[in-house]
Write a protein that binds this ligand. Structure first.
Ligand SMILES: [Zn+2]
Ligand SMILES: [Zn+2]
Length: 293
């Protein structure tokens, strides 16, 4: 079985690898070398695009062992982190260079646009979204309170503040608002993002059944908008995601490792392809195409 394309990969052009002036310089090249070694036929470099900051508390910074100090430099006196704007020109030049250097590898340009429903105007000042091959949409943050203009926070921060179930429900309730509030993204990323940091020491293992109705509602909103759902499998395979996605009318998926380094590239892709086939999804003509049913 030939590998499918990896739909979500980060290089030095994402703030959370350290950026192009850090030790991550050359990461895109290294990932392409690894892709060729693995026989990975295609990948999308979907770099972080964030235009609305989020709360980064001391504990969050300390948890970022490798890039904590750099993240601190992006964080203001109120504790709000906003990375440097995505460097579209530098990124595209790097993509072009890699396309010439690795002619057998199909390289898609793209971004992972965080919270695309909040400030698309600002995003369009930074990058020409329409010229990219793939625009992934992610919900990494939700507001910390109901007050208008409240600062937003990542799940790791909110799990320290709220009961765990409230965090997951708050996230899932915002998914339809993101879907309705933005037409610009094509793929909804890692719907299990908020499961990654689930406080299992206190709560026990995450039980998706406890949030089944909320998850199905979120998936119905995404499917109803005609978008694809990403199976973000680099860390964990979660079969309930494609199962419920299909049952709620989802027609298309991508399969992605979300690798930020060469090592995790294409991780779990073989298993994910078998899982996707089991639920009736089939690859497209080209390895970078969406899988559909
Ligand atoms: Zn993400
Ligand atoms: Zn990502």
């Amino acid at each position: 079985m030939q590998l499918t394309g990896d739909g979500h990969v980060h290089s030095e052009w994402s703030f959370d690898t350290g950026g192009p002036k850090s030790a991550s310089a050359g990461l895109m090249d290294a990932i392409c070398v690894r892709a060729v070694q693995l026989g990975l036929p295609a990948l999308a470099f979907t770099e972080h695009l964030d235009v609305v900051g989020w709360l980064m508390e001391e504990e969050d910074l300390l948890a970022e062992v490798e890039i904590g100090e750099q993240l601190r430099s992006y964080t203001d006196s109120q504790g709000v982190l906003l990375p440097e704007p995505f460097d579209e020109a530098g990124y595209l030049e790097c993509v072009e260079r890699c396309r010439l250097k690795f002619p057998d590898l199909r390289i898609l340009s793209g971004v992972e646009f965080g919270q695309p429903h909040l400030n698309e105007t600002r995003a369009r000042q930074i990058v020409d979204l329409d010229s990219l091959d793939r625009v992934n949409g992610s919900l990494h943050t939700i507001p910390v309170s109901d007050e208008p203009g409240a600062v937003r926070a990542e799940p790791g921060t909110l799990y320290r503040k709220w009961p765990a179930a409230q965090v997951v429900r708050g996230y899932l309730a915002e998914v339809p608002r993101m879907v309705e509030g933005s037409a610009v993204f094509e793929v909804f990323c890692h719907i299990d993002y908020w499961v990654r940091s689930w406080p299992r020491d206190e709560e026990g293992p995450f039980n998706p059944r406890a949030f089944e109705e909320e998850y199905r509602q979120a998936m119905r909103a995404i499917a109803g908008s005609g978008r694809a759902l990403e199976l973000n499998v680099g860390m964990t395979i979660r079969p309930w995601i494609p199962q419920w996605w299909r049952e709620e009318g989802g027609r298309a998926i991508t399969i992605a490792s979300d690798a930020h380094a060469p090592g995790p590239l294409a991780n779990n892709l073989y298993e994910a392809m078998a899982m996707a086939e089991h639920f009736g999804f089939r690859p497209g003509r080209n390895p970078e195409d969406l899988w559909t049913r």
